[in-house]
Design a protein around this ligand. Structure first.
Ligand SMILES: [Zn+2]
Length: 157
C-alpha cells in the first residue's frame, strides 16, 4: 500500500469518528410500554402546553401529538380566558383514551409516534386525575354548560 493511500485512510477514519462523536445527533429508542416495540424518539420540538409532549410544530401553531393549539384567538372564540382554555383542553386530552384506565398525566414517557414527554412540564393547577375522571363522567351533550361552569369556578378563585 502506498503511503498516500494510508494517509488518506487515516484522515477518513478520523473524520468519520469526529462526525459520529460530535455532529450526528444520537438516535435513541424507547418503549412506550412493556407491551409495545421500541420507537425512535423524535427530538428538538417545542413542548406542547396541553399534553406536555415535545411535539409542537416549530411555528407553534399546532401540536403533532394532541392536535391542540392554545391561542388568544381560540380562547376568544370559546368565550374563555387562555388559562381556562388550557385547562379545558387538558381535561379533554387526558380523558380521551382513559375510559377504564388509570389517568396518568405524566406518562408514557414517549408516545407511539416517538414524541418524548417534557420532564419539566406541569399540568394546569386545576387539572389532576380526579378532575379528568369527573370530566369523563359528563355526557358529551352537557359539555358546553360544564365548560362554562368550570370556567366560572376558576374565575372566582
Ligand atoms: Zn400536545
Amino acid at each position: 500500500m502506498k503511503k498516500w493511500m494510508l494517509f488518506g485512510l487515516i484522515v477518513v477514519a478520523i473524520a468519520a469518528t469526529v462526525y459520529f462523536l460530535f455532529f450526528r445527533e444520537k438516535t435513541t429508542w424507547q418503549k412506550v410500554d412493556d407491551n409495545k416495540p421500541q420507537v425512535e424518539v423524535i427530538k428538538g420540538l417545542q413542548t406542547c402546553p396541553v399534553c406536555g409532549y415535545q411535539a409542537m410544530k416549530d411555528d407553534g401553531t399546532i401540536c403533532l401529538n394532541c392536535g391542540k393549539t392554545i391561542s388568544t384567538q381560540k380562547a376568544m372564540e370559546e368565550g374563555v380566558s387562555t388559562n381556562d382554555l388550557l385547562m379545558l383542553e387538558q381535561l379533554d386530552y387526558f380523558s380521551r383514551d382513559t375510559v377504564n384506565l388509570i389517568v396518568d398525566l405524566f406518562g408514557p414517557k414517549v408516545t407511539d409516534k416517538g414524541y418524548p414527554k417534557d420532564p419539566n412540564w406541569k399540568p394546569h393547577p386545576n387539572v389532576d386525575a380526579g378532575q379528568v375522571n369527573e370530566f369523563l363522567r359528563i355526557r358529551v351533550d352537557e359539555l358546553p354548560a360544564v365548560k362554562k361552569e368550570l370556567a366560572d369556578t376558576t374565575k372566582n378563585q
